[in-house]
Design a protein around this ligand. Structure first.
Ligand code: ATP
Ligand code: MG
Length: 429
């Protein structure tokens, strides 16, 4: 029976696997230098974790979650995003007990039942960060700065940073009411998604990809007209801080987020190249979520975070021909001649591997041809050859396929040749 991978999932191997881990390394490295530490949470959670936080009106909770009842009759959900689990863990483990700003990053698979297409998967990977505690425009700006610097470090320069503030509490309620009043008379002209969002999450109507150019969308009221002075001032300060960090950005009046927990500052980073099919692809998104810890019955702890889509970054790397530099690979292949020498080869392989070298050996062949093929296939720089003559004279033959040289040396000198410290190697007679 032929079984294929599930629709909307990917297999990574060879160079793609390398790229994937490379992005993890770069993103984590930059986040570490900004003082973030890794948090690893389970891939599944009680369904509650997401329903309560992401919100019943969101696309995620409405139609995208992988939810199932386990054998203990509990409702379980494969995590569709990382902020709610990290917040759940932050509160559950009482990490707030130590005062100050708590900064975490995470990396791992997320699951959403979406219509699969390029850059839209059912299992995808996010690198994300969350900073709990501290509500200051400098922190908001520094987080956007971190996101920007990660993309720069990868080599993705043509990006657009879009930012907005969506307020919170009563001001936001008033704004949502105004939106509803505005759209109500025109509902019949809008798409099905808009009609649904009107009922469940009117803010998200502004995010509609179908009706975005319609006049009724264009004339919708702006959130900034409904926010109190202090929120506007805060946002102004975030923008000034971005300016002094030298981060180019665009104020985008209609930018909203699909998840209910966001408050005040929101942002998105999109790929920006009008000549590319990837133009406007969202690479990353985030914002403030000042009341999420309370949703988990924790203390009041304002927070801010973002998440980037790793597979989308891989697409952009391909588009820009950004390659992961291969570290000089000093793989060694050990070749043995004749049946008796295999044991010597295996023992030498073991010795070198335990000294940290990458070593290949053919387990069964005693002929040269297949063993040289292995060296070729694995891109080995060094080939060590052990034949009966070498063995009896206590020597070893080493070919360097880069330098195109070959030497025959006494076995004890092998250790120095590979710069290995400690005990010298000897054949086992
Ligand atoms: P969209 O409006 O495109 O559905 P979203 O608001 O659902 O995006 P977020 O939940 O904010 O996206 O996720 C942050 C980032 O994760 C996105 O900018 C994107 O790079 C990536 N991402 C989100 N959903 C997917 C998916 N289904 N497949 C691949 N990457 C995704
Ligand atoms: Mg989505």
């Amino acid at each position: 029976m032929k079984v294929n991978k599930i629709k909307g999932t990917l297999d990574f191997y060879q160079y793609d696997a390398k790229k994937y881990r490379y992005l993890q390394r770069i993103a984590s490295g930059v986040a570490e230098s900004f003082g973030f530490r890794e948090m690893i949470t389970p891939i599944f959670e009680a369904t509650e974790v997401f329903v309560r936080s992401v919100g019943e009106g969101s696309d995620i909770v409405n139609k995208e979650m992988y939810t199932f009842i386990d054998r203990g009759e509990r409702s379980i959900t494969l995590r569709p995003e990382g902020t709610a689990p990290v917040t759940r863990a932050f509160v559950e483990n009482k990490l707030y007990a130590i005062p100050g700003i708590h900064k975490f990053y995470y990396f791992g698979p997320m699951f959403r039942y979406e219509r699969p297409q390029a850059g839209r998967l059912r299992q995808f990977t996010q690198f994300g960060v969350e900073a709990f505690g501290g509500e200051h425009p400098n922190l908001d700006a520094d987080l956007i700065n971190l996101n920007y610097q990660i993309l720069q470090a990868i080599g993705i320069k043509n990006i657009k940073v879009l930012i907005n503030t969506i307020g919170s509490g009563k001001a936001r309620e008033n704004y949502v009411e105004a939106l509803k009043l505005h759209f109500e008379p025109h509902l019949s002209t809008l798409c099905e998604d808009c009609k649904q969002r009107y009922q469940k999450n009117p803010l998200r109507m502004l995010d509609c990809k179908v009706d975005c150019h319609s006049p009724i969308m264009q004339s919708a009221p702006l959130v900034s007209n409904y926010l109190p002075e202090e929120d506007l001032k805060y946002f102004q300060d975030v923008m000034s801080a971005l300016n002094f960090f030298g981060i180019p950005f665009e104020k985008s009046d209609r930018l909203v987020r699909g998840l209910d927990y966001y408050t005040n500052t929101v942002f998105e980073i999109v790929y920006d190249d009008p000549n590319s099919p990837l133009n406007n692809l969202a690479l990353s998104a985030g914002g403030r979520y000042n009341s999420l810890t309370r949703d988990f019955d924790g203390p009041d702890y304002p927070a801010i975070g973002f998440a980037m889509g790793i597979e989308r970054l891989m697409m952009v790397m391909d588009e820009l021909d950004i390659t992961v530099s291969e570290t000089k690979d000093d793989t060694i292949t050990v070749i043995t001649l004749g049946e008796k020498m295999k044991k010597q080869g295996l023992l030498l392989t073991q010795y070198l591997r335990l000294k940290g070298k990458r070593v290949e050996i053919d387990y069964q062949s005693h002929n040269l041809k297949p063993q040289f093929k292995l060296a070729d296939r694995t891109g080995s720089r060094y080939i060590i050859i052990i034949g009966l003559d070498e063995f009896e004279n206590n020597q070893i033959r080493i070919k360097d396929s880069w330098e195109k040289t070959e030497i025959l040396i006494p076995v004890p000198e092998l250790t120095a040749f590979f710069g290995i410290e400690g005990e010298k190697y000897a054949y086992q007679k």
